[in-house]
Design a protein around this ligand. Structure first.
Ligand code: PMP
Length: 395
């Protein structure tokens, strides 16, 4: 028996670009000392206070089916957070609790798109986007944000792709580029969404990791709350990646339909995880700043190491747990460079090409090793790039 066409073609036909990551993992499994700067995962476990709340909840009996939309107290806490951040009055009816932001992205596209609808997203993009869109039967349409524009999506490009589309997915602070969208970029995005009747799906899972500028949720912009679905998560903000806890915030009528979807897919999130999440949110902004702080430190480490050399240029690293580096002076593609770096230096980074076409000739460095190891890896990476560039120049 054959699986459905839809599921067999979820990731499209080509290589999904994660070959290098798998190669690094295989080398590590074989005992090689690989320094991994690939995926977006903290180098610390979840805080003991959050784990204590989780354990107390489970021991206290919150181990049965939990309320499918989310427990009321957590929905209220997320609503209060969004009210504070967007200025838009938000209640629990605007909130669906999901097993992580990823399930939120799926539910949001399910709510926005019908079979065959065109769903726009920005290239470079987080790896799961195209398949998430395909999984609801919609057609992923990339709109490029290019290095020359500092990877800020341009209104003209969006307006050109928008006619006939149903939704636009954006992500700021951005994975993979580390760019935070400017107020002008967001105003352009809002204009295109309004002019073309698009749902705006705003992936804000990195909203606590902003180093330069300010995070603005497009839900806060005039006329946008009725057409915006905000996807959030505790994965990055609270180092809770494995707990699988996130949310979608949007208009109450749409959230009601998404609750029906949740009833027929996830059947909610475990109650003890939700209680832990509620406790985590209660730890406040200072706790969240503490989780984000190591990424800011490592950003400084790599920016300092990059000063005084020409071969590698940093894309302005305004937020999120990544640094995107332009290595085009080496004459290599991101994929070639990452492959050679892994062989020669046993350092694993993600090729820009694994995030679409707009980030070709770049590599994404996750700021996810302890400072000393990170500094060593960054130093060797930069030295290697300079050697490659010198060799390319000599050819
Ligand atoms: N969006 C972006 C941009 C991400 O980088 C990630 C995780 N790396 C997610 C969504 C999903 O996060 P989670 O499901 O863990 O909340």
């Amino acid at each position: 028996m054959k699986a459905s066409n839809r599921i067999r073609t979820l990731t499209g036909t080509g290589d999904d670009g994660w070959g290098l990551f798998l190669r690094a993992r295989a080398m590590k499994a074989a005992g090689e000392p690989v320094l991994e700067l690939t995926i977006g995962e903290h180098d610390i476990p979840t805080d003991p206070r959050i784990l204590a709340a989780m354990t107390a909840s489970a021991r206290g009996g919150h181990t049965g089916y939990a309320a499918v939309p989310g427990i009321p107290a957590l929905r209220d806490a997320v609503a209060a957070r969004l009210t504070e951040r967007t200025g838009v009055p938000t209640s629990r009816d605007n909130v669906l609790i999901t097993p992580g932001g990823q399930a939120g992205l799926f539910a949001a596209h399910h709510a926005a798109c019908d079979e065959g609808d065109r769903a726009l997203f920005i290239d470079p993009y987080y790896a799961t986007y195209p398949a998430t869109i395909r999984s609801v039967g919609a057609v992923p349409v990339p709109v490029q944000a290019v290095p020359e524009d500092g990877f800020q999506p341009q209104e003209t490009a969006l307006a050109a792709a928008a006619p006939g589309a149903k939704s636009l997915l954006i992500n700021s602070p951005n994975n993979p580029t580390g760019v935070v969208y400017t107020p002008e970029t967001l105003a352009g995005i809002a204009r295109v969404a309004c002019d073309h009747g698009l749902w705006l799906i705003s992936d804000e899972v990195y909203d606590t990791q902003v180093w330069q500028g300010a995070h603005i949720s497009p839900r806060a912009l005039p006329g946008m709350a009725g057409r915006t679905l905000v996807v959030g998560s505790l994965s990055k903000s609270h180092a809770m990646t494995g707990s699988r806890l996130g949310w979608v915030v949007g208009p109450a009528e749409v959230i009601a339909h998404m609750i029906t979807l949740a009833t027929h897919t996830t059947y909610g999130v475990p109650g003890y995880i939700q209680d832990a999440g509620l406790h985590a949110l209660g730890l406040g902004a200072e706790f969240e700043a503490g989780i984000a702080a190591p990424f800011l430190r490592r950003r400084e480490i790599i920016l300092t190491l990059l000063a005084g050399q020409q071969a590698v240029r940093a894309v302005p690293a305004q937020g999120a747990m990544y640094a995107m580096l332009d290595i085009r002076s080496t004459g290599l593609s991101g994929e070639e460079f990452a492959g050679r770096l892994l062989e020669a230096e046993k350092i694993a980074v993600m090729p820009g090409e694994s995030f679409g076409v707009a980030a070709a000739g770049h590599i994404r460095v996750a700021l996810t090793l302890p400072d000393d190891q990170f500094g060593e890896a960054a130093n060797r990476l930069i030295r290697f790039a300079n050697l490659c560039a010198a060799r390319d120049g000599a050819d």
